[in-house]
Design a protein around this ligand. Sequence first.
Ligand SMILES: [Zn+2]
Length: 279
Amino acid sequence: MIDRLLLYKLRCIKCGFEGKLSVADENKGKDINGFLECPKCRKKYEIREGIPIIIPSYGMLQDERVQVFDKFSERYDSWFSSERGKILFENELRAINSVLERIKYVESLEIGVGTGAFAEKLGIRFGVDPAWHALLQAKKRGIIVVQGVAEKLPFSSNQFDIVFIIVTICYVRSPLLVLEETKRVLKSGGYLVIGFIDRNSCWGKYYLEKKRRGHLFYSPANFYTFNEVKRMLSKIGFKIIRVASTITQKPSEKTIELEEPKTTLDPSASFIVVLGKSE
Ligand SMILES: [Zn+2]
């Protein structure tokens, strides 16, 4: 059945009702598949394999950015255990952990949780993503997941101590809308961790070239620079508290090594992590 903790966090995206969505009557005797119902507007949301589906329209799932992670979720996930992927992933995790030092949180959410690779390593409890097959993998990793979109989060306001957006900002339709929604679901004074490849960095340029050539995972991506992310955060009302940067090795290098993250913005680093606080 759907996770009990989750029931209290969900929001009706049709009428904005925030409270406990009820489990619809016809669910009797069914463990996993069924419906949730909004007590206010009576909108029903499907639950499939224990995962609530709270999306504005099924048509949105046809978007290229969603399709690629839905259809090729296993191929995407295998990157994390590939020879190069494993090291790059570990370097990214180290940078993320470096901004989290002495930050205390209980309720955590990852927007764009994908297959749950980051969430599992970072101990993130909840995840949301539009890509169904990626979510199934995240669920197997123990993450409590919802199928939803970042621009209209299926969560009530003031729910989380911290929200993570890791290598996801480049795949959303509207980063500003996503940051606004992030601010809404965060408790007052809550934290945002945003990790991304800077467009002007050497890996940024490498991925842009892949995008230009129509690479499966990079062609739907829009990359941003640190300054662009900084401007967006300040526009929505996030104060930057810490930054970290890593991956100073070039994509052309044959072997990629583990590196210690810098707690500053290293101009030769490609992966940047920003810790913001909701003001
Ligand atoms: Zn409703």
